[in-house]
Design a protein around this ligand. Structure first.
Ligand SMILES: [Zn+2]
Length: 573
């Protein structure tokens, strides 16, 4: 069905704007763009850089129009510092293009950039993101931009004048990022800025004048070079390098260098005809590259600035400490280990780009899954709001097709509890999951995959050892001996009802009913404050006897997981 063009559906609204802009410029192909710098692991926070244009492109394709989503890999950027986890000998590579830096030891990839691109590309494929990847190394070294480079050099005085006007107004990037993201998220914001091409490299001012082109040294490959002269008539450019090398090259032929970022970005808008490219707050402060680029693309490159809404940072909460070899930086691949593809998409589809949000790696994820399941039920019943429907629909499919789904989507928190208690044992898992709803038993674990796999991975990687559930092997004699008559009575009511209530729903009713029956009420009596206290007290007693803790997985799940025999042994000794 066609997406509803309502205010609630931000994707449709942006797609309307983009299509109208294309009509205004010159009807034809729609081009949207993203840029990522593979300078290290690509942070999950950078996924928004791709998801916002992806969703707009997908909406345009759903309307039957052609739309190209260009993903610029900024792999011709310089390595800016010795990466965390690499020894100091790596310093010799600082200043080289990311594609000229060796891959980390043991990597199957040919260079540093490819090593970090590959997992991101794999995640994007899983998320159903269709794009045309453009390597900036390939573009520059093949000579694709020679005319644009010569133009920028010819117009260097005008470019310098534009940059100079903004230089005085420029606010420090970090300060802006902190205001936008809040003090706590400033570090994440900085990380995100790093992966988004916001290289705050020098703008090309030298003592010999202003040059927007920065060569990589032919001897040491680094960009620690200074342009000392340029002849417009012959395109002869002379540079010196800190390594001692001096060289004169013809820019019509020389390929080993690039335009500085603030000139490079608008050049590419014009070159590709980009109509839509959102960017993070770090690009959008006054005097930022987006501002400056808007003027340069018109004045110098004869193009137009894309529609470029600012998107807010995406934070990460509750991620357990990961192995230090990955630098503790969560990537989209890490998120996809513990959640299904559509769920990660949904986090982006349901919030406008200006809204900040966090991706939860802790038990908050269980709540998000509950919310998703509720929306899915409403969609199936036809009672979902327009916003719920559109954000759901954009999460589960693209113009190219459906994303993978779980045939029987059992509650994630239940699957996590079962994975926790069984430590992943397949036979036990199948037994417990089949007991959840004996009317519709599970025939094979494949029916509950891949959600089960994600929940098992969540338990393995995110649930702290101290919070793991350990069923007692032997009854707690001391506790059992110290029970009051009232407590014994409650446990007897529970044990007597086990057989006839052995399902998730049945046990849910039973555990809430026990305190009511003890109070002389019927099982369906309305809960009072006193009853609620009695229920909580009773649950805590059962938890203590089963797992030695006051709280744990939901009680029906725990009882099913323990099995009737073990429950009887532990509750009456
Ligand atoms: Zn050099």
């Amino acid at each position: 069905m066609a997406a509803q063009n309502t205010d609630a559906d931000w994707v449709a609204r942006l797609a309307d704007e983009v299509v109208a802009e294309v009509e205004r410029r010159a009807p034809g192909r729609v081009v949207v763009a993203s840029g990522l710098s593979p300078s290290g692991p690509i942070h999950l926070g950078n996924l928004r850089e791709v998801m916002v244009p992806h969703l707009v492109a997908d909406e345009i394709r759903r309307r039957g129009l052609e739309c190209v989503h260009i993903l610029s890999w900024d792999d011709f950027d310089r390595l800016r510092r010795v990466p965390a986890d690499m020894d100091s000998s790596w310093a010799e590579h600082v200043g080289k293009p990311l594609t000229s830096v060796p891959a980390p030891p043991g990597s199957p990839h040919p260079n540093w950039a490819e090593h970090f691109k590959a997992p991101m590309a794999a995640s994007l494929a899983r998320l159903g993101v269709q794009y045309r990847g453009v390597s900036q190394t390939q573009m520059y070294t093949s000579g694709a931009y020679v005319d644009q480079v010569l133009l920028a050099m010819r117009e260097r005085a005008r470019i310098d004048a534009v940059l100079a006007r903004y230089r005085t107004k420029a606010a420090p990037v970090r300060a802006v990022a902190e205001v936008a993201a809040g003090e706590a998220d400033a570090a994440a914001a900085e990380l995100a800025a790093e992966g988004s091409g916001a290289a705050t490299e020098d703008e090309g001012v030298t003592s010999a004048g202003y040059f927007p082109f920065k060569p990589y040294c032919s001897v040491c490959q680094r960009d620690l070079t200074t342009v000392t002269g340029y002849d417009d008539a012959t395109t002869a450019m002379t540079y010196t390098c800190v390594c001692g090398h001096t060289q004169t090259v013809l820019l019509t032929e020389f390929r080993d260098g690039k335009l500085v970022w603030k000139v490079d970005w608008p050049m590419r808008w014009a070159y590709e005809g980009v109509v839509f490219e959102p960017s993070g707050v770090d690009h959008q402060s006054p005097g930022s590259s987006f501002d400056v680029g808007g003027q340069l693309v018109r004045d110098i490159f004869g193009g137009e600035q894309p529609i470029g809404p600012m998107y807010a940072f995406v934070g990460i909460t509750g991620m357990a400490k990961m192995s230090s070899s990955r630098g503790g930086v969560p990537t989209p691949a890490d998120a996809l280990e513990i959640m299904e593809e559509f769920l990660l998409r949904w986090l982006y589809t349901r919030r406008r780009p200006q809204q900040a949000f966090s991706v939860a790696f802790d038990t908050e994820l269980h709540r998000v899954y509950d919310e998703w399941d509720a929306v899915e039920r409403k969609v199936a019943e036809g009672t979902a709001s327009d916003l719920d429907f559109s954000s759901y629909d954009r999460a589960v499919r693209t113009a190219a097709g459906e994303l993978p789904r779980t045939a029987r989507p059992l509650p994630y928190r239940t699957l996590a509890s079962v994975a926790d208690i069984t430590t992943g044992d397949p036979a036990q898992t199948l037994r417990i999951l089949s007991d959840l709803d004996p009317q519709h038993p599970i025939g094979s674990l494949d029916e509950v995959r891949p959600r089960l796999d994600r929940a098992q991975c969540w338990v393995e990687t995110q649930l702290p050892a101290t919070q793991r559930t350990r069923l007692r092997l032997e009854p707690d004699r001391a506790a059992l001996d110290g029970l009051s008559d009232q407590q014994r009575g409650a446990l007897k009511l529970l044990l007597d009802g086990l057989d006839t209530h052995w399902s998730y729903e049945g046990l849910s009713k039973l555990v809430y009913a026990v305190p009511k029956l003890q109070a002389g009420l019927t099982a369906d009596a309305k809960p009072t404050p006193e009853l609620k206290v009695a229920q909580r007290t009773f649950f805590a007693l059962v938890y203590r006897l089963l797992i030695g803790s006051d709280t744990g997985p939901r009680l029906p799940t725990l009882l099913l997981a323990a099995g009737q025999d073990r429950v009887r042994t532990l509750l009456c000794g």
